[in-house]
Design a protein around this ligand. Structure first.
Ligand code: FAD
Length: 297
């Protein structure tokens, strides 16, 4: 089922993002690695997400051996969960994307998160799909996939302004994106302001809020430098106080994420997209803390 159609059945979704094992690693090629992956998938699936999205490392091969496709296929065939395959256009040719779409059709995977991707400083981008909108247009020609796109409550890190970024977002939606997932943020007020601007511009598709539980100081510092999300003072204090105590930071990071989620649901958010970092224990703690709240979603 296309993700956008899920919103005809449920007011609000609870979904996960995972990353596949790196290209070139054993992945599913040995029974041990397949079992490890299955244990993670199974633990996440037990938390009943509406779908699970699988990230894509730019510069992949977009055939059956692409880790994103292998994991998405496994989610569908073995765990009976709706997968969403991420794909980036920045280093893709038309024939790469054609192959990718063909494999997804064969595997009966009907949801794609269509992204531009980030340029690698050592590699010149191709000019076939310079922006996500170009990829969305190309994928949308036959109307057989549900297309989702990324959005940025604080504006994309390279955007001239939030307003300009939202105008480009509208182009993505007008071209065929039927559902949006936000980048992580740590201050819900950015999300609410963004949603007001998005709706004012006539973008009416469902938007899920991306939430990342912070459980590791280095992880968050790297993430912030890549995506530019701002850390509120309340969060900085948590990092200053518990940053060097792994266990305490994990508890505080989970509590912070739960607090964000409760507030978002109380405000009527259309979905929570949890960046799980492939950690079912943390996803479980969060899921458990909002169990009764989820039933009202
Ligand atoms: P675009 O929508 O193309 O926007 C990129 C920039 O260009 C923005 O600054 C925008 O304002 C500007 N822009 C957009 N359209 C135009 C236009 N027509 N003319 C001029 N400027 C324009 N990366 C990965 O490599 N793999 C992943 O799996 C992955 N998953 C992600 C999942 C989510 C939910 C999010 C939020 C991001 C993800 N990313 C992933 C990161 C993403 O690839 C980067 O943020 C990338 O820099 C932008 O991708 P985009 O699709 O939003 O680009």
């Amino acid at each position: 089922m296309k993700i956008a159609e899920l919103f005809n059945i449920k007011k609000s979704l609870f979904s996960f993002e995972i990353f596949p094992p790196k290209r070139g690693t054993a992945l599913l090629d040995s029974p041990e690695s397949a079992q490890r992956l299955d244990e993670t998938l199974s633990a996440l699936v037990n938390l009943n997400p509406d779908y699970i999205s699988v990230t894509y490392g730019a510069g992949g091969f977009l055939n059956q051996d692409e880790p994103t496709i292998k994991v998405a296929k496994r989610l569908k065939s073995k765990f009976n969960v709706e997968p969403m395959a991420h794909v980036t256009g920045i280093y893709s040719t038309k024939s790469d994307i054609d192959n990718f779409l063909e494999v997804l059709r064969q595997e009966d995977i009907s949801n794609i998160l269509a992204l531009r991707g980030d340029a690698n400083p050592e590699r010149k981008p191709l000019d076939t799909f310079p922006y996500a909108v170009d990829l969305i247009k190309y994928i949308g020609r036959e109307n057989d996939f549900g297309i989702s796109a990324a959005c940025y409550p604080e504006g994309h890190i390279n955007a001239m302004s939030l307003e300009q970024d939202i105008l480009y977002l509208k182009e993505k939606v007008d071209t065929g994106a039927e559902h949006l997932i936000s980048q992580l943020f740590f201050d819900n007020e950015y999300f609410y302001y963004f949603m007001d601007r998005v709706r004012a511009k006539g973008i009416s598709v469902p938007v899920e809020a991306g939430i990342m539980p912070v459980v590791n100081k280095n992880q968050i510092e790297r993430m912030i430098s890549l995506c530019g999300a701002k850390l509120p003072t309340k969060f900085r204090r948590i990092l200053d106080k518990f940053g060097d105590n792994q266990e305490a930071l994990q508890d505080a990071g989970i509590a912070y994420a739960v607090d964000q989620i409760v507030d978002l649901i109380a405000q009527g958010v259309q979905g929570i997209h949890l960046y799980t970092m492939n950690n079912p224990i943390i996803a479980n703690k969060i899921s458990d803390s909002i169990k009764s709240i989820r039933t009202g979603m």
